[in-house]
Design a protein around this ligand. Structure first.
Ligand SMILES: [Zn+2]
Length: 253
């Protein structure tokens, strides 16, 4: 595998730290980045965003992942040379992981410009946004399909309505557990809006229950995170779930 200039820079950085990088000289960029994250105590679990490390290196990482997926297909005894449908599959998989189904790990947070909500007639009510989600379980890399309902009591900042969904999808496009995803969305919406009063309810079907294992075709998993008023005020909690019911009548499923 050819080393790029940036790869050399990363290795040089590791050298400056006084680490023994002898083994990394022959290694690929993914190895070098893993080394760097370990050195920095940066967690890189399937649900973690590592965009600051991947920054600008995606194409090279896709090239490396293509070689790795070729090895997987070879090990699965699939003839990727003669089967026309399997010929480009390794690269398609590599691109799909980096750009789509795990894109939320490698891409920085969506830009969510905030608008002031501090005038005399400011909006003080509850906002509930329904966001369609596509995710993937980190256990089986099977699809998770569902919707998140994001509730918020407006604070001094408002973000555009589409931004709630962009943030939720950015959190979802990783290897996740639904419980963690619920927490991740709540935390990121809190960061973007400065509101401490946030609720997230997700309902989703899981490919790992439908396509394998128990093969349950109508199983639905529901998770809820409530913060601030949503947790402490039964009225706010009820209004949130009433709004969800109304949304579900409007857009069933
Ligand atoms: Zn699973």
């Amino acid at each position: 595998m050819t080393e790029s200039v940036t790869h050399k820079n990363i290795l040089a950085g590791a050298e400056q730290q006084g680490d023994d990088n002898k083994d990394y000289k022959e290694a690929n960029l993914a190895d070098a980045l893993r080394f760097k994250m370990k050195r920095d105590n940066k967690r890189f679990w399937a649900g973690d965003n590592i965009s600051e490390y991947v920054d600008g290196h995606k194409d090279q990482l896709i090239n490396e992942a293509t070689v790795a997926f070729e090895q997987v297909l070879d090990t699965l005894l699939i003839d990727r040379e003669n089967d026309p449908n399997s010929r480009g599959t390794a690269r398609r998989l590599a691109k799909m992981y980096y750009n789509e189904i795990m894109g939320g790990r490698y891409d920085p947070a969506p830009d969510a410009t905030a608008f002031p909500n501090d005038s005399a007639d400011r909006y003080e009510g509850m906002l509930v946004v329904r966001s369609e989600l596509r995710s993937m379980c980190s256990h089986h890399h099977q699809p998770v399909v569902g919707v998140a309902y994001i509730g918020i009591i407006a604070a001094n900042k408002l973000i555009g309505l589409s931004k709630y969904t962009r943030i939720a999808q950015w959190c979802a496009r990783r290897g996740t557990l639904q419980e963690e995803l619920c927490n991740d969305i709540a935390r990121e919406i809190e960061k973007a809006t400065d509101s401490e009063n946030i609720a997230v309810y997700i309902q989703a079907t899981h490919g790992c229950c439908e396509n394998r294992g128990i093969m349950a075709h109508s199983s639905l998993t529901q998770t809820t995170v409530l913060k601030g008023f949503f947790k402490n005020d039964p009225g706010a909690k009820k209004e949130f779930f009433d709004n969800i019911k109304m949304q579900q009548e409007y857009a069933s499923k």
